[in-house]
Each structure stands twice: as structure tokens, then as C-alpha cells.
Design a protein around this ligand. Sequence first.
Ligand SMILES: CC(C)(COP(=O)(O)OP(=O)(O)OC[C@H]1O[C@@H](n2cnc3c(N)ncnc32)[C@H](O)[C@@H]1OP(=O)(O)O)[C@@H](O)C(=O)NCCC(=O)NCCS
Length: 159
Amino acid sequence: MDNLVIRSLITASDLGACADLMASSEPWLTLGQGPIESLRYFQFPHRERYIATLGERLVGFLVLNFQGPFVGYLQAICLAPDCRGRGLGSALVAFAEERIFRDHPNVFLCVSSFNPGARRLYERLGYVVVGDLPDYLVAGHSETLMRKTRGPLRPATHS
Ligand SMILES: CC(C)(COP(=O)(O)OP(=O)(O)OC[C@H]1O[C@@H](n2cnc3c(N)ncnc32)[C@H](O)[C@@H]1OP(=O)(O)O)[C@@H](O)C(=O)NCCC(=O)NCCS
């Protein structure tokens, strides 16, 4: 598919390109995440960061978080506007699932209430709504927690 390559984010120039992409795109515009916050976003420890390239061009990114109560969290995913709607986002989600399901039985993610296209994509890929978090990141919008699961965290106990 379009020779999409997904690999770890390593260079400072990749970092800058990802931060630029994030800061110029929804949902982060509405969420008030500017260039400085976007740069920081990619520098938190415990996050695995990947970039997607087509040839020499960086066209997207993926951030996975393996800390916290909902382990196996797809924290952020984005493609350049002109690269959307042709299956690349689905390929990035498939990559995230392969990575997360290797070690954990759940993939979690949040989608903003004003992002129906992304939510439709996740639902088509098998994600189920856990619940809404009203006014969670910004007032007037909610974040919807979604989950795709392969089973419980622990085996059943027998009395
Ligand atoms: C969300 C996002 C990553 C999805 O990536 P994408 O590449 O557009 O996703 P896909 O192309 O796999 O699927 C999107 C649509 O294209 C369609 N599509 C998939 N493959 C296709 C193909 N080969 N040809 C034409 N259409 C295709 C899908 O059916 C889907 O249709 P839908 O809008 O009816 O659901 C991307 O839109 C994006 O970066 N958005 C901005 C950032 C964002 O919202 N991130 C999510 C935060 S939770």
C-alpha cells in the first residue's frame, strides 16, 4: 500500500516535523495544543513514538503509551491532510495493535466528540465505546474512551 514505512522516531528533524503536523491539525487545534506543547508531547518518557513515511516524506506519526491504568494506550495518531482517506490510517492502527497486543490484551484510545471521522474509523476497526469524559480536555467537548480487547487481564479464578 503506497510503500508506507513505519519506524521509530529518532532524529530531531523527525521530532520537529511531527510537532508541526500535530500543532497544525485537528483535533489538537481545538484542544489548544500549540507548537511548544506539541514538541513536548513527543518527549515524554514511557511513550513509544513512530513515524510513517512515503519515500523520503514524513506523512504521519503514532504515539503509544504503556504506563498508567489503561495500559496499551494509543495516545495519538495523525496523517498529513493530503494523505488521509486512502487506508494509511487503518495501516497505522493495525501497526499499533500488533505492537500492543504483543504484550497486553487491550488497546485503549480516546477520540474527541468533534472528531466523528476518526470515531467512525475506530468503530469500523472493532473499537467499542467505554464511556464519555465530558469537559475532560477542554470545556464544551468530551473525550470518548474506546477499547478493543482480546480478553481479560487475568485468568478466571475458580472457588
Ligand atoms: C484519523 C486519521 C489518522 C485516519 O487516517 P486515514 O488515513 O484518513 O484513515 P483511512 O484512510 O484508513 O480511513 C478513513 C476513511 O477512508 C476510507 N478508505 C480507507 N481506505 C481507502 C482507500 N484505499 N481508498 C479510499 N478510501 C479509503 C475509509 O473507508 C474511511 O472512510 P470513512 O471516512 O467513511 O470512515 C486521519 O484522518 C487523521 O490524521 N486525522 C487528523 C488527526 C486525528 O483526528 N487523529 C485521531 C485523533 S483520535
